[in-house]
Design a protein around this ligand. Structure first.
Ligand code: G16
Length: 542
């Protein structure tokens, strides 16, 4: 095995965002771009020689090419074993599970999540630690710093590995093992949930449609829902992973899964509609003519979590990201559980999950998870819903309405302005930041500002701090929160998160977007977004 050093020049833009490095495929295809980042990652880790690395991706365009390159660099850097999903495929939750199960040093996951794929789409790379958790900020900062000065990487001369053949081979002193990407994950789900109860639900005629959006979860869903749990054939749609997701935007929400929402709005819609994103960590729950907001989904799972035997007596606490509407807080209060509010980014939940301060966490961006893994997990969340429906006999709509009647409803919406000019967005937010203190006491459209500020966070377990995590404008029973997305690959995406709490029993079942309109007008007035960006309305409303 010939190991060689390749001289290289650093790239100035290899900064990790909310979830690893995400760029256009054309950027990743530049000579040495991927290699530089992977070597910068290995240079930032300590003590991995002889240890195991898990590798897999969501199957998007450039996945296999990238994996072959990573194999060569990992072999040259002396990893002892590489565990790779067959055909280079692993959903993010399945990769996380495999890392822990096989006691790996960590794992590389190739995905740009919900961002579109294909030659003109996005590609991404992220690292999970030995706990199967997203790399913490300290590590991603280290990788980015290293990428700015890197001048060589290690690689080796070896033929491409046949990723389709399950089995093991040696490359020098490194074992390369190709594994079934589904079996272990499906087995783990069977350990967590009462599959017999869900099987009975389907046997009694319960109808579900699962939209895999031509992304990674199709084969997982067909195996788990149709083969193991007995949902009828055809339950899973768009079930074959495609490198460009069939031209779709693999993001399960009201905008990018519009056709699916229309299907669920028909008179003959199935009982449950569920969808997942590119790498399988996000999910959406629909009922017949009914959309469940991610914040309500989190609250409903919290309400019933201890009826899942795996979690009995272990629902210690819950967490949500700060932009996520606080419906779960009311459930937690009633159950005497602590609630933590973290910055956006799944990595901020890891320490809380690992230290068992929380059992459950979730975000407005359609991600929910528990201590079963340190990543969010779409299929797990959908199984929670199937469990709850089987346990209560209630429909998706009834479960939502029950939550609102019991705790009041927290109307909420996330509205994103995509592809903004970065400079214009920056100027707008800088101006807003300067005005924040003066807003207190002012009244806009009938809403009086009670408090403003930047969201700052100190991890209660590690003590690590995260600063400037979003702009908060609080009112009585209402809140506007704003931040720039950290997952886009070009320009700036401004996210504005709205929430308003309603306890009047006669106002619990209104259309959320109509209900929130007066608050949306307040944000427009305070930010002067149209003046700064020329945009009249957001691109994505969920
Ligand atoms: C990632 C993070 C999530 C975050 C989401 C949106 O998810 O893991 O914690 O909520 O991005 O982030 P942003 O608002 O910065 O775009 P994923 O599914 O894209 O890996």
């Amino acid at each position: 095995m010939d190991i060689s050093t390749v001289k290289t020049e650093p790239f100035s833009d290899q900064n990790c965002g909310t979830s690893g490095l995400r760029k256009k495929v054309s950027v990743f295809k530049q000579e040495n771009y991927l290699e530089n980042f992977v070597q910068s990652l290995f240079d930032s880790l300590e003590g991995f020689e002889g240890k195991t690395l898990v590798i897999g991706g969501d199957g998007r365009y450039f996945n296999e090419e990238a994996i072959q390159s990573i194999i060569r660099i990992a072999v040259a850097n002396q990893f002892g074993r590489l565990i790779i999903g067959q055909n280079g495929i692993l959903s993010t939750p399945a990769a996380s599970h495999l890392i822990v199960k096989r006691k790996a040093f960590g794992g590389i996951i190739l995905s740009a999540s919900h961002n579109p794929g294909g030659p003109n789409g996005d590609f991404g790379i992220k690292f999970d630690t030995a706990q199967g958790a997203p790399a913490p900020q300290t590590l991603t900062d280290k990788i980015s710093a290293r990428s700015k000065v890197i001048d060589h990487y290690w690689t080796c001369d070896m033929p491409p590995v046949d990723l389709s053949a399950i089995g093991e081979q040696m490359a020098g002193t490194t074992a390369i093992e190709i594994v079934d990407p589904i079996a272990d994950y499906a087995g783990y789900m069977a350990d967590i949930f009462d599959f017999d109860a869900i099987r009975r639900l389907f046997a009694n005629g319960f109808q579900m449609r699962y939209n895999a959006m031509n992304a990674v979860t199709g084969p997982y869903a067909k195996y788990i829902f149709e083969e193991i749990l007995g949902a009828e054939q055809g339950t899973v749609i768009n079930g074959n992973p495609l490198p460009d997701f069939g031209g779709l935007h693999p993001e399960p929400n009201l905008t990018y899964a519009k056709d699916f929402v229309e299907l669920m709005n028909r008179d003959d819609a199935p009982d449950l509609g569920a969808a997942s994103d590119g790498d399988g960590d996000r999910y959406m729950i629909l009922g017949k003519k009914f959309f469940t907001s991610p914040a309500d989904s989190l609250a409903i799972i919290a309400e019933y979590m201890d009826t899942i035997p795996f979690y009995k007596g272990k629902v210690y606490g819950v967490a949500r990201s700060m932009p996520t509407a606080n419906a779960v807080d009311y459930v937690a209060k009633a159950k005497n559980m602590p609630v933590y509010a973290t910055p956006t980014g799944w990595k901020f939940f890891s320490s809380l999950l690992e230290s068992h301060k929380i059992a459950l966490c979730g975000e407005e961006s359609f991600g929910t998870g528990s201590f079963h893994l340190c990543e969010k997990d779409g299929i797990w969340a959908i199984l929670c819903w199937l469990h709850i429906i089987a346990h209560t006999g209630k429909s998706v709509r009834e479960l939502n309405e029950e939550l609102w009647q019991k705790y009041g409803r927290v109307y909420n919406s996330t509205q994103s302005y995509e592809g903004l000019d970065s400079e214009q967005a920056r100027v707008m937010l800088d101006t807003l930041e300067k005005r924040l203190p003066a807003l207190v006491g002012e009244t806009y459209n009938g809403f009086t500002v009670t408090e403003t500020g930047l969201f700052e966070y100190k991890d209660p377990v590690t003590g690590e701090e995260a600063h400037r995590q979003g702009y908060m404008i609080l009112f009585d029973h209402a809140r506007i929160f704003m931040r720039l997305s950290g997952t886009g690959s070009s320009g700036a995406t401004l996210r504005i998160y709205y929430m308003m709490r309603e306890t009047n029993p006669s106002r619990l079942t209104e259309n959320a977007f109509e209900y929130l309109k007066p608050l949306v007008e307040v944000a427009k007035e305070i930010t002067r977004i149209q003046e700064y960006t020329g945009r009249e309305k957001p691109d994505v409303i969920t």
